[in-house]
Ligand binder design. Structure first.
Ligand code: ADP
Length: 253
């Protein structure tokens, strides 16, 4: 959340219900997903979502490094989320900061609850998320990219994991915040949904909402996730449909 004088705050919602980029409260930014964008990784995906550009690469199941993290009865899921120094307006200090560590942790935990980890004991499933261009919602774009990358790697999961941030802007509950809305809005609430069960496996909140607003925000987010889910499946079909029978299709079905 930004803290600036009122004169610096842009008009976030017009009287006829349009947002700073012309969207309605329940509209997503344009989303494009490419499955299998990298050659070297076991699975990969590139996501362009509004002005966000995010690449995810997945390796594994493979040997655990460092070794002492190995679990005898399941795979461990490790995630490294990183924002490139050139991904934001002001150059970001490169390397691991607390925000990246927190985001890496919550994303790893979200995926640990949807991957069939018990099928791959003593291994590691490694997720790398590189944010090349950031405009709010990058952790959600990272989850979407990583989820498609995991499917592309043929890693069995309960379901794909669509994610989106909802929030409160100029007193209105809105879907998929962009940068100005994130900076000057009243609340930001990223979430990730298991579509088939309706279970939320990532839910964070910054700012304030009333109980009624929260309930409205969750409904809006779930609806958004379901649209994103369709786009994720489309990306996997586009990669695998011409030749047919890859395991990713089973995951996405
Ligand atoms: P998310 O990207 O998941 O919304 P945040 O709410 O922490 O995560 O960040 C919102 C946005 O603020 C980011 O997408 C990015 O555009 C910007 N941002 C985050 N960290 C930095 C930073 N260190 N320097 C400049 N901009 C940043």
């Amino acid at each position: 959340m930004g803290s600036v004088g009122a004169k610096d705050v842009p008009v976030l919602m017009t009287e006829d219900g349009r947002r700073i980029d012309g969207r309605r409260a329940d509209e997503l930014r344009p989303l494009r997903i490419q499955a299998g964008a990298l050659r070297q990784a076991d699975g990969s995906a590139f996501v362009e979502w509004g002005a966000n550009k995010v690449m995810a690469a997945v390796y594994g199941p493979r040997e655990v490094h460092p070794r002492h993290l190995q679990e005898n009865n399941k795979a461990i899921v490790q995630c490294k989320y990183n924002m490139a120094a050139f991904s934001v307006d002001e150059r970001k200090r490169p390397g691991l900061d607390r925000r990246s560590q927190e985001i890496s942790k919550v994303i790893a935990e979200a995926f640990e609850s949807v991957i069939f980890v018990e099928e791959y004991p003593r291994t590691s499933i490694d997720i790398y998320i590189e944010v090349l261009q950031a405009n709010a919602g990058t952790r959600c774009a990272g989850v979407v990219a990583a989820s498609v990358a995991l499917a592309d790697a043929g890693i069995p999961m309960v379901d794909l994991l669509p994610a989106v941030a909802v929030g409160k802007v100029a007193g209105h509950v809105v879907l998929d915040l962009k940068k100005e809305e994130d900076n000057f809005g009243e609340a930001d609430l990223p979430m990730a949904l298991v579509p088939q069960s309706g279970r939320l496996v990532l839910l964070q909140m910054e700012g304030h909402m009333t109980r009624t607003e929260l309930s409205k925000a969750l409904d809006l987010g779930v609806g958004g996730c379901r649209k994103i889910y369709e786009e994720m499946k489309r990306a996997l079909r586009e990669r695998y449909a011409p030749t047919g029978t890859a395991s990713a299709m089973e995951v996405a079905a």
